[in-house]
Write a protein that binds this ligand. Structure first.
Ligand code: HEC
Ligand code: HEC
Length: 350
């Protein structure tokens, strides 16, 4: 199944070839390297430029500290946890540049602020059978027959990017079984996410690499996003399906399933218990500095040729969050193959 996932593309770019001054995070694919940078930002609550100025290669005092931290984390994991990546930047930092040393008694005796389940889980006793939840989902979106008849769609709408108050125009192209392209039109140039059925890319004006080639768990993740756009093959996209006990998101009970991809992906899918629809995907790609999460929250399901398609979603990554809202969707239109080809670097429109 999906042989493309594990085969290593020969032109795959590695961190120390792409960049000038990589001393520790060497020999890893560039997208994994960028995932690690996103983890640093998320853990310390610093934007890229707080460690990087005047350019990416220059060693600022913070960057030098961060390098020491990388070594410290690796040593902790090696010497205490047989190399398992159980301690990460997040373990201590949790969105602060200076981790807390002393328990704050207000917190100890206050309302529990936040509870997150473990990233990875096994089938829980008493949890529903994964097949049942997936069957219900297929029924909820319209059933296998209608899914089979929807082979493509083109969507238009708008996106709001994290930190930006204004809306950008969005185009979405989907073709079964697993091609998907999202284009967000920005002043700096388009942000394009593409999965062509085998390969995936992210082109953006604001990343250090103009066109990032996806590998490993990120590539698996792009495939999952594409497959879930018209989810007729949902059962086959991931393997080793398992269910946790149902829980609640925003006061609504959800069934929680997890599956494994071929390239190192783990994905947790949340299905509304009542409607059966998919409300959230949290997918994890492995990196040298721990798991890099992506979370997609779906809402506003509407009918597209008999199939329920989410018209609104929030796509969150460790360095950015886009909220997309579609206003129109055209089913079963012919889409030129070039729409799913490797995107060109972002260029600012004149
Ligand atoms: C907490 C500090 C920190 C933050 C925040 C951070 N980085 Fe880094 N960055 C580093 C360190 C440390 C290295 C060097 C890693 C090594 O030597 O292996 C590095 C290296 C890089 C490089 C390679 C530069 C070169 O030419 O050698 C790029 C590109 C980069 N970071 C981009 C980013 C981006 C984009 C972000 C924001 C998403 C970011 N970084 C956030 C610490 C940081
Ligand atoms: C075991 C706990 C722990 C882990 C894990 C950890 N740090 Fe730290 N880090 C600290 C502490 C404690 C400080 C503050 C030290 C001080 O006050 O002098 C700190 C300080 C820093 C600073 C300096 C902040 C400033 O004031 O400018 C940076 C940058 C940083 N850490 C990055 C990282 C990165 C990146 C990782 C993951 C590779 C990481 N840390 C993992 C405990 C940790």
């Amino acid at each position: 199944m999906q042989a493309g996932a594990q085969s290593v593309s020969p032109k795959r770019q590695l961190s120390d070839e792409a960049f000038k001054n990589v001393q520790l995070l060497k020999g890893i694919p560039v997208d994994e390297f960028m995932g690690a940078m996103g983890l640093f930002s998320a853990a310390t609550s610093m934007c890229c430029l707080e460690c990087h100025a005047p350019d990416w290669a220059f060693d600022t005092p913070r960057k030098i500290t961060a390098r020491k931290m990388i070594q410290m984390v690796n040593t902790i994991n090696q010497t205490n946890f047989s190399g398992r990546k159980v301690v990460s930047c997040w373990t201590c930092h949790r969105q602060s540049d200076r981790p807390q040393v002393t328990p704050t008694l207000d917190v100890v005796y206050g309302e529990p602020i936040y509870w997150a389940p473990d990233d990875l889980f096994q089938q829980a006793p008493g949890a529903p059978a994964p097949d049942k939840v997936l069957d219900k989902y297929i029924q909820a979106v319209g059933g296998a027959e209608r899914l089979a008849k929807l082979t493509s769609f083109v969507g238009k709408g708008s996106a709001t990017l994290f930190g930006g108050g204004f809306k950008s125009a969005v185009e979405l192209y989907v073709k079964t079984p697993n091609q998907r392209t999202t284009i967000i039109h920005q002043d700096l140039g388009n942000k394009t996410m593409t999965f062509d059925g085998h390969n995936g890319w992210l082109a953006s004006a604001v990343t250090p690499v103009p066109v990032l080639e996806l590998t490993g768990g990120e590539l698996d993740g792009a495939r999952l996003d594409a497959e879930l756009s018209i989810p007729g093959r949902v059962k086959q996209v991931l393997s080793q399906w398992r269910a946790a006990l149902p829980r609640e998101i925003a006061g609504r009970p959800v069934n929680v399933l997890q599956g494994t991809g071929t390239g190192g992906l783990t994905a947790t899918l949340y299905f509304d218990e009542q409607s059966g629809l998919l409300t959230r995907v949290v997918r994890y790609a492995n990196s040298a500095m721990g798991r890099v999460p992506t979370q997609i929250d779906f809402e506003d399901y509407r009918d597209v040729a008999g199939v329920k398609v989410p018209f609104k979603w929030a796509f969150a990554w460790v360095s950015g969050r886009d909220v997309v809202e579609l206003t129109e969707v055209q089913p079963n239109v012919a889409i030129e193959a070039a729409r799913f080809a490797k995107p060109a670097p972002a260029v600012a429109p004149r």
